[in-house]
Design a protein around this ligand. Structure first.
Ligand SMILES: C[S@@+](CC[C@H](N)C(=O)[O-])C[C@H]1O[C@@H](n2cnc3c(N)ncnc32)[C@H](O)[C@@H]1O
Length: 176
């Protein structure tokens, strides 16, 4: 079941983009979109982006990170890197049965169970028309500023994860 699901998640589905309404609700700016199509996407409020050609996973990350990672079996190192980085928000499938999801939620500061279905923008048509994602999605915040933004975004039931708060108080101030 899981292997079949992960197989389905690989390939063309990588080019499914986060819709603008998510960023409108978050009201945050990001320093980096760590996995994006070449040149980034105009509605994603990130100063810089890394594409497959750059290999965002191999790059040094700085500041606040936005991450809608390539799904499937390759997701775990992306989640581990964001957890270590400690400042950012990621949009992922609610795969509560997986090791990567358990690890990520243990390191996160907040989780939002997005209400309804996310209407991803299809890379092939650049349209979000259609029935929406067939699976549930969550947003995970890392760092205190991102946790507050996630709560205030009101995109669905949102929980603070106290154990995820970094003991050294490391965080970047909100820019807007
Ligand atoms: C699910 S899409 C998300 C795009 C965008 N960041 C967003 O939030 O809508 C994942 C993107 O990561 C890109 N990608 C795949 N492997 C990558 C890599 N190693 N480094 C950077 N980007 C990569 C894909 O081409 C795709 O555009």
């Amino acid at each position: 079941m899981s292997a079949r699901y992960d197989k389905l998640s690989v390939g063309s589905s990588v080019e499914w983009y986060t819709p603008p309404e998510i960023f409108d609700a978050l009201r945050l700016t990001f320093d980096l979109d760590v996995c994006a199509p070449p040149g980034g996407l105009p509605w994603i409020p990130a100063e810089r982006s890394f594409s497959r050609a750059d290999d965002g996973l191999a790059q040094e990350w700085h500041g606040r990170v936005w991450m809608n990672p390539p799904y499937g079996l390759q997701i775990r190192p992306w989640m581990q890197k964001l957890a270590r980085h400690g400042d950012g928000i990621t949009l992922v499938h609610a795969r509560t049965d997986t090791a990567w999801f358990r690890e990520a939620t243990a390191a996160a500061t907040a989780i939002c169970f997005i209400a309804g279905r996310v209407r991803f923008v299809r890379g092939a048509t650049m349209s979000s028309k259609g029935p929406g994602s067939p699976v549930s999605n969550v947003l995970l915040a890392f760092g205190q500023t991102c946790a507050v933004a996630l709560i205030e975004a009101n995109l669905g039931p949102t929980l603070l994860i106290p154990g995820g708060l970094r003991p050294d108080g490391y965080d970047h101030p909100r820019k807007s």
